[in-house]
Design a protein around this ligand. Structure first.
Ligand code: GAL
Length: 411
């Protein structure tokens, strides 16, 4: 290894080209079952950058619930990782960009042609008037309902087009000893909530919640909690102790009929469980949301004051490239964020998501950082606790509006 490093260093001197070297710490929550896509990308990076050793630092916990807290400590303590996973949109911009802890990477977008490679709406999501702040590695869809076709046939039900249809088959499934819809820990319940909100409010009013144009206490918005409560009455009682993978397992093994989860569930079912899309599992837009794609994107940026800036820039270059994205996404369940992705490399689920991404109306996910400042999305866990404890839509709505006012949601 040392000999290779010396060789690269002398090559760099001879050619005048700066090759990045040393260690590169990548920080994310893609641990264990969530790891294969990132690991494939790191392997590719190490092949292309033999002088760099990647430290794959992970903090387990779906949707970054634990990683975000560790990241905060490190950022505030002056010990930023060289690059970290963050959701494209307000999660990064409202926190670390606002706190001037990120470097503007407009230069990289220009050098690599990323401004033309990504859809304009996505470039807007990761940019402010002051600059461009992250490289999106994928597009995930939040509003997806998963099920196993053979099981539905066995129980004599169909995948519900609306939540009313779901509530109508709930007693049939319960009578068969099946959980109609499985949910897991708090954030997965918020995840279900955002899909229910989209169904109840429709695309425009859902979007208006995040700009502040529609108040959480408006009767239209409180109606979301009513429907949500009825759906939870058809769910499992041990939700708090389940990870999203364990919730997915219940659909796969037939103890639950449906779950609503982002399409990392497709990555898990294909890459980890070895199931075939279409037969091993099937999908549809979550009830009442067909024609709308609720998106989120994982992204990485360039923190200020890091140990190895050259290596981090090389990492971001690969992340945004066609090859990088088409290595990562077929394993992850997401689609490439680029316009020129090679769809032959993707399975039937991902190809259907890619078609919907082209044709559907687009809105952003709350739980996964696209539409609201981190301060609001973190506190939404408390709103959910309030609802679960009180089952009062009014109390939950008041709490949500109070937090929105406090953090200046939409401003
Ligand atoms: C999301 C993230 C996905 C996946 C998921 C479950 O927030 O964007 O890539 O990791 O959480 O942990």
């Amino acid at each position: 290894m040392r000999r290779i490093l010396v060789w690269i260093a002398s090559l760099a001197l001879a050619t005048g080209v700066a090759y990045a070297q040393g260690e590169l710490e990548i920080f994310s929550w893609w641990a264990g079952d969530e790891g294969p896509a990132l690991e494939a990308l790191i392997d590719l990076f190490e092949q292309q950058n033999p002088g760099i050793e990647v430290i794959n630092a992970t903090v387990t916990g779906g949707s970054g619930v634990n990683a975000r807290a560790v990241l905060k400590t490190r950022m505030l303590g002056g010990d930023p990782p060289d690059s970290f996973q963050v959701h494209a949109g307000q999660e990064l911009i409202g926190t670390w960009v606002a706190a001037q802890r990120m470097e503007d990477i407009t230069f990289l977008f220009e050098e690599e042609g990323f401004f033309d490679a990504f859809p304009p709406g996505l470039v807007d999501l990761i940019s402010t008037e002051e600059g461009t702040w992250s490289v999106p590695v994928n597009i995930h869809r939040s509003n997806v309902m998963w099920y196993v076709p053979a099981k539905l046939e066995e129980w004599g039900v169909e995948a519900p087009a609306t939540w009313d249809d779901f509530l109508a088959i709930c007693p049939t499934l319960q009578a068969a000893g099946v959980t109609p819809i499985v949910v897991g820990e708090n954030w997965t319940q918020q995840h279900l909530w955002e899909s229910v909100a989209l169904a109840v409010l429709g695309t425009d009013d859902y979007a208006a919640l995040w700009t502040g144009e529609l108040s959480f206490t408006d009767p239209k918005a409180t109606a979301v909690w009513d429907t949500f409560g009825q759906i939870l009455d058809c769910s499992n009682e041990d939700a708090a102790g389940l990870s999203w993978q364990q919730a997915t397992d219940r659909v796969v093994n037939g103890t639950a009929a449906f779950n609503v989860m982002g399409d990392w569930a497709a990555g898990y079912m294909v890459t980890t469980l070895g199931l075939e899309p279409g037969t091993g599992f099937a999908w549809q837009a979550s009830p009442g949301t067909s024609g709308t794609f609720m998106m989120l994107a994982d992204a990485f940026g360039l923190p200020e004051g890091i140990a190895n800036r050259d290596a981090a820039v090389a990492w971001l270059r690969l992340l945004g490239s066609k090859e990088g994205q088409d290595t990562f996404n077929p394993l992850k369940g997401s689609i490439s964020a680029r316009l020129d992705s090679d769809l032959d490399m993707y399975n039937a689920y991902s190809r259907s998501a890619a078609a919907d991404w082209q044709n559907d109306a687009i809105v952003g996910s709350l739980v996964h950082g696209a539409v609201a400042k981190e301060a609001f999305m973190s506190e939404f866990a408390t709103v959910m606790e309030i609802f679960l404890a009180s089952r009062s839509g009014e109390q939950a709505a008041n709490a949500a509006q109070a937090i929105a006012n406090q953090v200046g949601l939409g401003r």
